[in-house]
Design a protein around this ligand. Sequence first.
Ligand SMILES: C[S@@+](CC[C@H](N)C(=O)[O-])C[C@H]1O[C@@H](n2cnc3c(N)ncnc32)[C@H](O)[C@@H]1O
Length: 213
Amino acid sequence: MGKNKLKLYSIIKTFPNVLEFPIEKDFLNKCFYLKSKWNKEFFKNENQIILELACGKGEYSIGMGEKYPKKNFIGIDIKGARICKGALISIEKNLKNICFLRTKIERIENVFSKNEIHEIWITFPDPQLKKPKKSKTFLSKNGTINLKTDNKVFYEFTLEMIKINKLNLIYHTENLYNTENLKFLEILKEIQTYYEKKFLKENKNIFYIKFSF
Ligand SMILES: C[S@@+](CC[C@H](N)C(=O)[O-])C[C@H]1O[C@@H](n2cnc3c(N)ncnc32)[C@H](O)[C@@H]1O
């Protein structure tokens, strides 16, 4: 890690809205101290929890956190420097319903318990990113998963997996910015992540899928 990143990393560790679950092998069979206690001990309310996986700078957590103060948001990413940006903005805006967790998505089952999460957002994941195998267990009944991507192969692969596994496909589009103006799509166009802006500038299509188990 470079000097600047190390410095930044030591600073964000002091932020009240940044948490960390170590990724070292020693922690493979350990549970995060807030597992099954996120509402009671961290947010101190009973509001629904929404996850943003591979959140980068956390644009979705911040955008939705502002729009829905009665919901809680957790952005997860492995890169501390990216999380730092979102954490700083949340502090500046005094958004108490948002926090960031630095860990690997692969460790997510160590972090959340059954039915603890109401909804998941995944925006522009790296293609090699492994999705949590058991998201069904920590996602509440009828909980939804939202995926935004610029990658047609990944979009088609996800649709195929939904079909094979007989999951409930709620909505999908190959070109989000060329769809009818359905109310529930507004938030998708309103909040654009760092990578989404980049891909839109390159005239790429933005694919979107919403499904549940
Ligand atoms: C292409 S960026 C997208 C970031 C953000 N969602 C956006 O749309 O701007 C992919 C993100 O995935 C994160 N990432 C990659 N592998 C990961 C893993 N195994 N666990 C957690 N985050 C991961 C990277 O650090 C990066 O921030």
